[in-house]
Design a protein around this ligand. Structure first.
Ligand SMILES: Cc1cc2nc3c(=O)[nH]c(=O)nc-3n(C[C@H](O)[C@H](O)[C@H](O)COP(=O)(O)O)c2cc1C
Ligand code: SF4
Length: 430
């Protein structure tokens, strides 16, 4: 039976978001209090033991990042939190920001304590502007209670947080584009290396993590890295917030222990596919994530097991697609998103997405020929290998997978037939 656990989601719906009184009553700030009695290197050791991988998508080990940053003679000068959350189907960071923002603030404060950092930023996507009062209120309350601001808990450690609102560009979730945006420039990615822990915000070393990543830190410090790790698998410590959306009964955000098979998440936690329909495919990790069919559903949610099956966890979004959907329509929708979000800095992504859309469109108009399949493969390959940043590199992951696992549907469209019977260009009105 699939389990839902409540390590970082335990306060969701149970406390007034941003109330220090409620948060402390529920055990909050025990992590920071403990951290401030610890040697910073010991904190890093616990984060390493926890096996916490960055929850923003790339899955880089957080403890290793902190260790590398600490080893740099120029220590980070800024703590930055990535709350851009532009990946379609992903809304876990919104849950943290809206239901328990102090958990994030506490995690960032512990990180600042480790590196003796005075300034922090929370970068939030523009579409979440409705959360302004909650986030600003939480910061003010933490300052008033002396958990944030000058001389935290009577010590000589001071740390301030500012909130920066994005303007709604998906690419600003890419960590260097995010820094450009905080600096007031247009959000376009920088060349890497140098990595942020060496050259980051205002050219200074910077520690940047995702909202969910920071939100795990207080638990790890309070309970120890090993205890946190024990919730997950050998390769993936702790828990993960997953977002279920699409054709599934129980859509929502759930905290699961790493190692839970995808099938259990879909059918036990998610309640399966509604209206007696059949599963067509699942997309994992948002619009830039892989698509797969029923045969991979027993893969455990674990970075290694997923990698062994040529899948990536990404942001933890699970989009369920039933057999009433047309795969060509789905891909057109995804490609439109990437055309809209491409920042235009490099040619493969700026031009490639549009060429791909035009080619897919031919399938839905019944005008495609067999050679259009190889055009799509070639364009995908060029974009994957030559795009400047992760946006263009991953934009055709879904296309590549759908061509691999559902090639028959592309061929049916060449013959003028849509199996789902819903393809926009084949509908009666057209
Ligand atoms: C196009 C693109 C969009 C991204 N969007 C986000 C995002 O919305 N939130 C996020 O935390 N990371 C996002 N990332 C990953 C970040 O670049 C970075 O790896 C992450 O914020 C690091 O934090 P973590 O180690 O805690 O995951 C994105 C990457 C790319 C290439
Ligand atoms: S791949 Fe190129 S055009 Fe696309 S978002 Fe990244 S830098 Fe911009």
């Amino acid at each position: 039976m699939a389990k839902i656990v409540k390590l970082i989601s335990k306060n969701f719906g149970n406390i007034t978001p941003g109330s220090v009184e409620d948060y402390v009553k529920a055990g909050g700030y025990a992590g920071l209090r403990k951290a401030m009695q610890m040697d910073p290197q010991k904190i890093i050791e616990e984060v390493k033991k926890s096996n916490l991988m960055g929850r923003g998508g790339a899955g880089y080990p957080t403890g290793v990042k902190w260790e590398q940053a600490y080893a740099n003679p120029n220590k980070p000068e800024y703590v930055v939190c990535n709350g851009d959350e532009g990946e379609p189907g992903t809304y876990k960071d919104r849950f943290i920001l809206s239901k328990d923002p102090l958990r994030l603030i506490e995690g960032m404060t512990i990180a600042a304590y480790v590196f003796k950092i005075k300034e922090g930023y929370i970068y939030v996507r523009g579409e979440y502007l409705g959360l302004q009062d909650i986030i600003n209120g939480a910061i003010k309350n933490a300052e008033k209670a002396n958990y944030l601001g000058d001389n935290i808990l009577g010590s000589d450690f001071s740390f301030h947080i500012q909130v920066v609102w994005g303007a709604g560009a998906y690419v600003c979730g890419e960590n260097t584009a995010l820094l450009e945006s905080i600096e007031g420039k247009s959000g376009r990615p920088r060349k890497k290396p140098p990595y942020l822990t060496h050259v980051g915000l205002h050219q200074a070393p910077t520690l940047l993590q995702n909202v969910e990543t920071y939100s795990n830190i207080s638990y790890i410090v309070e309970h120890g890295g090993e205890e946190y790790a024990s919730y997950g698998t050998k390769y993936s410590g702790g828990t993960k917030l997953v977002c279920l959306s699409g054709n599934v009964v129980n859509r929502g955000v759930y905290e699961i222990p790493f190692g839970t098979p995808i099938r259990e998440i879909l059918y036990e936690i998610g309640g399966g596919i509604p209206n007696g329909r059949k599963l067509k495919f699942v997309q994992l990790g948002g619009s830039s994530g892989a698509c797969f069919k029923d045969d991979k559903l027993d893969t455990p949610m674990c970075y290694k097991a997923l990698r062994d099956n040529r899948l990536k966890l990404g942001s933890g979004a699970l989009l369920v697609v039933d057999d009433s959907n047309c795969v060509i329509d789905f891909l057109k929708c995804i490609t439109e998103f990437f055309i809209h979000e491409s920042c235009g800095k490099c040619t493969p992504c700026r031009e490639g997405n549009t060429r791909i859309y035009e080619t897919i469109d031919k399938f839905s108009k019944g005008e495609a020929k067999l050679e259009d399949l190889s055009t799509l493969s070639r364009l995908s390959e060029v974009m994957k290998n030559a795009s400047f940043c992760g946006l263009g590199q991953a934009a055709t992951t879904a296309l590549t997978d759908c061509m691999k696992y559902m090639k028959d549907e592309f061929l049916e469209h060449i013959d003028g037939h849509c199996r789902a019977g819903v393809c926009s260009m084949f509908s009666e009105e057209e």
